[in-house]
Design a binder for this molecule. Structure first.
Ligand code: SF4
Length: 187
């Protein structure tokens, strides 16, 4: 199991990672961005450039490169993506797919999305019935949770993805971890 530590997560999310580690008695690889690339980026553009020129560059350094390095060591990975999380980008997420974003000419990577057909309500039912730990931010109106500067709670009947990168267009709301979703939309 691994998690991406962008350095910009909520304190509640760090506590949640620790809660999962203790609850399931598992080790978790917490992956950090490349130090030199991150320091250069912050020196040149500061800590909030994504509000001006979009999230792609920051997500690239803090999430995509560490993930790519990790996935290069694996044949397959399992995600929690669901169709109902984002009508703009995830409506076509299959249960099993070739990962078009991270496969290379000599390395095929398979991506499993076992929750693809689950609704949010089903996930919450499972959590309650099985005493599954969850991020305490969900108790405060957050639904889709990412980095602290790029995540906010949503109002009743607002879609969960509206709390992410709210200053950008709905069809661009993927951070690069599931960039294949955007490629499928474009194609
Ligand atoms: S979600 Fe925001 S803070 Fe986090 S890596 Fe992407 S742009 Fe940077």
């Amino acid at each position: 199991m691994f998690s991406l530590d962008t350095g910009r997560l909520h304190a509640e999310t760090y506590r949640f990672i620790e809660q999962v580690r203790n609850h399931y008695k598992i080790s978790i690889d917490v992956l950090s961005p490349d130090k030199d690339a991150l320091e250069k980026f912050v020196r040149e553009k500061g800590l909030y450039s994504f509000y001006q020129d979009g999230h792609k560059e920051c997500c690239g350094i803090r999430k995509v490169v560490p993930l790519r390095n990790k996935l290069a060591t694996l044949d397959a990975w399992i995600t929690g993506q669901r169709k109902d999380q984002s009508p703009g980008t995830r409506a076509d997420v299959p249960v099993v797919e070739k990962d078009m974003a991270f496969s290379t000419a000599d390395h095929v990577l398979i991506k499993f999305n076992p929750l693809s057909y689950w609704s949010s309500a089903q996930v919450w039912q499972y959590i309650r019935e099985n005493d599954v730990p969850f991020n305490e931010l969900h108790n405060r109106g957050f639904i889709s949770i990412g980095c602290e500067p790029c995540t906010r709670p949503v109002l009743p009947n607002q879609h969960e993805r509206e709390g992410r990168w709210w200053w950008e267009e709905a069809t661009m709301k993927e951070c690069g971890l599931h960039a294949g979703n955007l490629q499928q939309k474009a194609g």
